[in-house]
Design a binder for this molecule. Sequence first.
Ligand code: ADP
Ligand code: MG
Length: 387
Amino acid sequence: MTSFIAPGATLGVMGGGQLGRMFVHAAQQMGYYTAVLDADPASPAGLVAHHHIQADYLDPQGLAQLMQCSAAITTEFENVPAAALMTLGAHRPVAPGVPAVSVCQDRAAEKRHFAYCDVACAPYAVIEHAAQLSAVPEELFPGVLKTTRLGYDGKGQARVKTRADLPAAWASLGSVSAVLEKQLPLAYEVSVIVARSAAGQVVHFPLQQNLHRDGILAVTQVPAPDLTQAVQQRAIEAAERVAESLGYVGVLCVEFFVLKDGSLVANEMAPRPHNSGHYSIDACDQSQFDLQVRAMTGAPLVAPRLHSPAVMLNLLGDLWFASANAAPREPDWAGVLALPGVHLHLYGKAMPRCGRKMGHLTITAATAEQARAVALQAAAVLGLPAF
Ligand code: ADP
Ligand code: MG
């Protein structure tokens, strides 16, 4: 993986969502051809890539086609089956590699890995069988029950107030392998995005401060308004330790909670660019997608620089509906585009649905105060809550 794959080659990506689309844009800007594997004929990345292989992740023909045209392969969807990455990895450089992706796909393995790296996470218990329900320690209540695999955007989770509520909560998640985490007193949430090369170079973005609504990221602010220098340093060091211990190649995001007592607790990680890093396209001299291209091609990694304070607002499908059961209508884009420093990103998804990530807005400005003021205006134009 240390030899450089020069522009002109084709880079493959497993998954055709918006993360793949923004990766494709970055790769194309640098002169690479792109290939996307995704079964959906209208996938956001498939629509803009040079090659769209419409196949399931485990389809042998589709995987063979992707390998044939790609000099290196990355992933934009963290739940790509390990078997598919293993098949690809036998013939082409795949970044990040199977072991790292496997850890991130399993909340229990992820927490074990945090512990191995000396990174604190919430107290938890693993539940795989009904018999374990009564054995979970009392200190975990009230807690958050999360499926071990396949959860995202708050899906696959249930709040559990007391031990008596646990069996029904577990049943509501399908009685699959799960972790019960203690519900922590959050002051705020941050994330760290690092990129690591096969040669072992590691660079990081400044910390993002993230506000979630209903378990879905809603607002990201950079620089993080509430963060102290000391916590920032600890989070970056923790994320870099995690990347190094995984022998990670690519872009990795670690989500953290900062608790009311100031302590830092790792929540989860994603083996790919992250929604909280989208601001980097407009506010940094290199985006998280540029670094994904660099890491997988063996190009040198150079530390990204934030050139403008930024606020990112996620645009969910809800914005298309004035009320429940109403027909979808287009949000007032002209209204937000009239504001200074607004960058509109839409992912090319034809069907808005509540909770579906349709796009985002990044607001850049000369100062963090100005970025926040304009972001609040943009939110008001679109009917989003203030923050
Ligand atoms: P997802 O994979 O859906 O992003 P997360 O584990 O990140 O799942 O949880 C989504 C959000 O729910 C978090 O960003 C946080 O706001 C809240 N949350 C999750 N776990 C806890 C916890 N143990 N204590 C308090 N809040 C939590
Ligand atoms: Mg999360």
